[in-house]
Design a protein around this ligand. Structure first.
Ligand SMILES: [Zn+2]
Length: 464
């Protein structure tokens, strides 16, 4: 899942180079060319849930890695139902040290060809982009990572400890391969997630910020229901199921969870303030300094791009009830969607909402949607330094800011096992280019060659 970075589009423009990001050249030399070749090959495989195609993507990558110098016994595909995960071990100097995992995903969101301008599963290079489902999410970074690992082998580089490519096969849906992958790698030192964080460009191609995703909110759906014997609408009783549900939903709509701040969001507010418009910047600084500052809370909560970072949110998203225009309703159901700040459990959020509704006629149940709770990852100096070196080699002076996303990536399965995980994708994009999960998904060609180099530099700096 590639989530839009927290918008800084209105940020003060930095005096940074635009030309490099506006170029339309197809990479012609290693390792960018290899990344593009891999990307074209795997975009053509529709690795959508239910089609059994993820093993075919894995096989393409397996053959590339073995041709690139990996021992065949070190590159293994493990089936999980119709999908599965691929691991490739890049051996380091000290096999006793815990490995570093790089985690992209091989599956893609479904795409209906009749709605697309170009066939979603035919890679098309046009106007400086490669088009196709998965070109950005997440086959772009997946291809860059594989090309980087092959290029590092070719250079003869040996990391201080093992690096394991661990590519999952159902990140966009059930995450069963992710759960199995995380379990198989639970001795890992840390995870670099290739489907989170990344660089944001303004629509004029000016680089704005690079974000490192170090935490995500927990997803939860609450199912509300009320039933009543009903009857003829000319004889209303004391309870009307629609009326009761309406009052419950109005209470949930009006309720605000208490504002929260964590080490991660504090670092985000402080790191983002220098690049934000003045009135927001002031609120960010004030909130980071004093999370009880009501003015700052109000300013940040009034902006859709920031409200999710201030507090847990639970909002009504669906309602269904009644069966005839002239009958008392017998059943009404509703859905409340929650994005929960790390540190609060899904059940605690349910209990809070049930308390807010405070009506014994209405049941509030936590839906079993496969989501799990995970803590945020500490901002490790070695990781932040390696990312800083790699990003600044690409764009000197660019702000590198930690971030929390609205959920839910593969990282939550690793974090839940106590393994810190960091979203450090090497893709730089404009908001105008981001069609992940949508129609006409595309990846700017200009991000490929420097993206491969960014991955190489991150690894060489972190594991020298
Ligand atoms: Zn994704």
């Amino acid at each position: 899942m590639r989530l839009p970075l927290l918008a800084l589009a209105a940020a003060t423009a930095l005096t940074l180079p635009q030309a490099a990001f506006a170029q339309q050249d197809v990479p012609v030399t290693r390792p960018g060319k290899e990344a593009l070749d891999i990307l074209k090959q795997i975009v053509a495989i529709p690795s959508v849930m239910g089609h059994g195609n993820v093993p075919k993507v894995a096989e393409v990558l397996r053959q590339r890695l073995i041709a690139g110098g990996f021992a065949s016994e070190d590159v293994v595909f493990t089936p999980v139902g119709e999908t599965g995960y691929l691991t490739a071990r890049y051996r380091g100097r000290d096999p006793k040290l815990k490995p570093v995992v790089i985690n992209p995903h091989m599956d893609v969101v479904a795409a209906d060809a009749k709605d697309w301008e170009r066939d979603p599963f035919t890679p098309v290079i046009e106007n400086g982009y490669i088009y196709g489902r998965g070109s950005a999410d997440d086959k772009g970074d997946l291809s860059m990572v594989v090309a980087a690992l092959i290029d590092l082998k070719r250079q003869g580089w040996v990391p201080s400890r093992d690096v394991i490519l661990g590519a999952s096969g159902d990140e966009e849906t059930l995450m069963r391969s992710t759960a199995a992958l995380a379990e198989s790698l639970k001795n890992a030192e840390l995870v670099l997630n290739a489907d989170g964080g990344g660089g944001e460009l303004a629509n004029d191609f000016t680089p704005i910020v690079y974000s490192v995703q170090a935490g995500e909110k927990t997803y939860a759906d609450l199912k509300l229901s009320i039933t009543d014997p009903g009857g003829h609408s000319s004889r209303p009783g004391s309870l009307n199921a629609i009326g009761a549900m309406a009052r419950a939903l109005a209470k949930v709509d009006a309720y605000k969870f208490p504002p929260q701040i964590s080490p991660l969001t504090k670092a985000y507010w402080e790191g983002t303030a220098p690049h934000a418009p003045e009135e927001v910047a002031q609120a960010m600084r004030a909130y980071a300094a004093d999370p009880k500052n009501l003015g700052a809370i109000e300013t940040l909560s009034s902006r859709p791009e920031y409200v999710g970072l201030v507090r847990t949110t639970c909002v009504p998203t669906m309602v269904n009830g009644g069966h005839a225009a002239n009958a008392l309703p017998q059943s009404v159901t509703a859905n409340i969607n929650c994005r929960i700040f790390p540190g609060t459990t899904r059940m605690q959020a349910r209990d809070i909402i049930a308390g807010v509704i405070d009506d014994p006629h209405i049941t509030v149940e936590l839906a079993d949607d496969g989501s799990i709770e995970a803590p945020e990852s500490p901002l490790r100096d070695d990781v932040m330094k390696a990312i800083g070196v790699a990003v600044h080699q690409r764009i000197p002076g660019l702000a590198v800011v930690p971030s929390m996303s609205a959920g839910a990536s593969d990282s939550m399965y690793f974090r839940a096992l106590g393994i810190p995980a960091y979203g450090v994708a090497a893709t730089f994009m404009r908001p105008d280019d981001d069609f992940s999960h949508g129609l006409n998904e595309r990846l700017p060609l200009a991000t490929i060659d420097p993206g491969v180099k960014q991955w190489e530099t991150v690894l060489k700096t972190l594991l020298k």
